[in-house]
Structures are given as structure tokens and as C-alpha cells.
Design a protein around this ligand. Structure first.
Ligand SMILES: [Zn+2]
Length: 228
């Protein structure tokens, strides 16, 4: 059997992928996942790793270990707070008891969805906790600043990817709570997360042409500089 995600030996494929998610990326799983879901997770990991490899001369894994490690991946149905059943999320540090490093995924998550949540973990890893504001001062707030926002006086003052209230802004499945024109323009971490996800998966979303060149430029610079 020739399979990129399985050596064909030892254990079943689910065990193999689970082990490589843990050994390589320091991601732990909660609950049972199908092989198909596990393949989507590790595909996302490889896609991000390859992308960062290009920018860092092959240090993608190192970068991911520094910025996206020690994560627990759980089913959205396990979230200890109300969550629409079609919603992927993580609320780093916002709701006590949720586990700041936990990403909740629906069974229908896409690699782009997962990349979004991982970018929020990057933000968490680069931030400092400050009560009662939560995690601040990380890469998402920095992006907000260079894009013209101000997290203190104008938390929603990000320069938009689209013209005001562009109704073409549908980045998630119809019916999703955040399938509204303002999504990603209402929090600095979602802005970063949408930008990062779009960079890894340019064809995954309907609006990639709307992403500011400057946002992509700065994110690439941070990846390169934070790798020193
Ligand atoms: Zn988000």
C-alpha cells in the first residue's frame, strides 16, 4: 500500500496519524476521530509546514512547534459552552474552563477551517495574558496596528478586506453564526486567522482577491523573523 499518511505497518492508520500528530506537531486529540478526519488534520499540518518551509529555508516544523504546539483538538460537541453544531472554534483564554489551548472542530471542518483555528493559536502563543482583556499584544494585534486599527480605542477599526458591508463576504458555510459581512473585521485574531488561512489555501474561499497585499506581506515577515 502506497500511502503518504501511513507506513502501512504497525498499528492501524488512525493510530499512525494520531501518533504523528502528537510526535511531530505536539497536538493531542480528545475523543474518537475517523481516519478521514485525521487525514484532513495532518494534511493541514503538512500544508502549513510546507508553506513555512518556503519562507524559512526548511524550518517549518520548528516554527510550528514554537507557535502552534501543545494543542488539544476536541469535537465541537464536547465544548463546555454553547456552540452551534456547525461551528469550529477556540476561545483562547476567554471563557474559564474551556482550556485555552483547545481547538473545537466539527466533523465537517475543512483544512482552511483548521488553519484558521491554528492561526489563532499562533496569536495566543505570541500574546501575553492581561486581565480582563485576555490575550493581547500578539501577532494579531500587531497586524491590526499596521493595517490601521487600534485595539484600544477602536477594536473594530481594522481596515476591511472589502468595501464596507460587502455582502460577498461568505467565508463559511451558509447558516454559520458568523456568516455575516463583518466577520473577521470585528476581532484582530479573526482578521489574522482569515488572512493566514487564505494564504495557505488561496482557492478555499470566495474572496481571496480581497485580501490586502500588506496583510500578506507582514504575516510573511513575521513568519520569517520569528524563526530566528
Ligand atoms: Zn476565529
Amino acid at each position: 500500500m502506497d500511502d503518504y499518511f501511513w507506513d502501512g505497518q504497525c498499528h492501524d492508520q488512525a493510530t499512525y496519524i494520531t501518533k504523528s500528530l502528537k510526535d511531530n506537531y505536539k497536538w493531542n486529540l480528545k475523543g474518537k476521530w475517523t481516519v478521514e478526519e485525521l487525514r484532513r488534520m495532518i494534511q493541514t499540518a503538512y500544508d502549513i509546514q510546507n508553506y513555512v518551509n518556503e519562507l524559512t529555508g526548511g524550518k517549518g516544523l520548528e516554527w510550528m512547534n514554537r507557535n502552534m504546539s501543545d494543542i488539544l483538538i476536541a469535537h465541537s460537541s464536547d465544548a463546555p459552552f454553547w456552540l452551534p453544531n456547525d461551528r469550529n472554534t477556540n476561545f483562547p483564554g476567554w471563557i474559564s474552563g474551556t482550556g485555552e489551548n483547545t481547538i473545537y472542530l466539527t466533523s465537517g471542518f475543512t483544512p482552511a477551517d483548521f488553519a484558521h483555528e491554528l492561526a489563532e493559536q499562533w496569536d495566543l502563543h505570541s500574546s501575553n495574558y492581561s486581565s480582563p482583556f485576555g490575550y493581547i499584544g500578539g501577532v494579531a494585534d500587531s497586524l491590526n496596528l499596521v493595517e490601521g486599527g487600534n485595539i484600544w480605542s477602536s477594536p473594530f477599526g481594522l481596515s476591511r478586506w472589502w468595501n464596507n458591508y460587502d455582502t460577498n463576504f461568505a467565508v463559511v458555510a451558509p447558516g454559520n453564526l458568523f456568516n455575516v459581512s463583518s466577520y473577521a473585521n470585528t476581532s484582530s485574531e479573526d482578521y489574522l486567522a482569515e488572512a493566514f488561512s487564505t494564504m495557505i489555501y488561496p482557492d478555499s474561499q470566495q474572496f481571496s482577491s480581497g485580501m490586502p497585499t500588506s496583510a500578506e506581506y507582514y504575516i510573511k515577515l513575521w513568519i520569517m523573523y520569528s524563526n530566528k
